[in-house]
Design a protein around this ligand. Sequence first.
Ligand SMILES: *Cc1c(COP(=O)(O)O)cnc(C)c1O
Length: 350
Amino acid sequence: MIPSEPPPATLRLRLDRDALIANWRTMDEMSGAARAGAAVKADAYGIGVDFAVPALLEAGARDFLVAHWSEVPAVLAHAEASRIAVLHGVGSAAEARYALASGVIPVINSPRQAALWSAAGGGRCHLMVDTGINRLGLAPGALGDPEIAALDVDILMSHLASADEDTQQSRRQLALFEEAARMRPSRRLSLANSAGIALGADFAFDITRPGLSLYGGVARPELAGRIAQVARLEAAVLQVRELSAGDSVGYNACFTATRPMRAATVSIGYADGILRCHGADGALRYDGVDLPILGKISMDMIVVDCTAADTLREGDFVEIPYYLPEIARQTGLSQYELLTSLGLRFDRIR
Ligand SMILES: *Cc1c(COP(=O)(O)O)cnc(C)c1O
């Protein structure tokens, strides 16, 4: 008979619940008089909704944001429907019906969405106004449209395009948002994401919307040292081999040994989110020793130089360094991409 559970995986995502709780509290405190919500879209940035939402609730978060309706059931298992917002809004009658039936609140982004919402029976909703990101949200000029005037708006929100940089765009968006708030009354106002929170009290309004920094991302330099790492990666050594000078490693033989060395094959690859751009200057770690990556990263395996780690044996777990700001600099990937590209084969260890 086949056991119902497969044996433990050879790769692990170690999740630090206390770090997640501390990060939310930091973002909430930095939000001043505003209350911090939590963006939990994309399975809480790859960390896992079932891990993140209960921890965020314990921290004190009550308001949760997802992008898609398909993401609602997982969050609804933990949080109150009326405190969950769907950022993509209602694009069809079916989505509007689902919103009404579930009690989850859509973020209306256009006159067409507003009309769909009202036609379905409508009720309380949020409203996204575009102040310069030109991605999703109502043009300020459409704030007076009859479909928009008919809405019962709880949170009027906008989204900052460049809060992670020092640029005038954030101030310009702030001014446009304040103007929109005067034109279209609502119960509450919301502008800041993680980086926006670090821009200061002017950006906080009533409710802030951190995502990245909850999960360990350092969205702006002001947050360095204040945000704790949440996810740590480990993978097992599948095989250790001796290489002679002239031996090459991996697809397309991109690395050739110039001297005898020991190499370890580790059970993690690009299918798990460790993309080939990690390879260039990347290293895994064992017992404080760097293990430089050799050759191309494969789908399921990475080969490293373990000459300096003479106690390393097959079956041992090595660490994949994943301090987000540093790995982002090294790979050219954003901290967001580093989190959301993590694959499904990890055992999640809490
Ligand atoms: C994803 C998202 C957030 C969270 O942004 P972070 O940069 O991850 O803090 C907030 N608001 C909106 C509209 C979003 O799409």
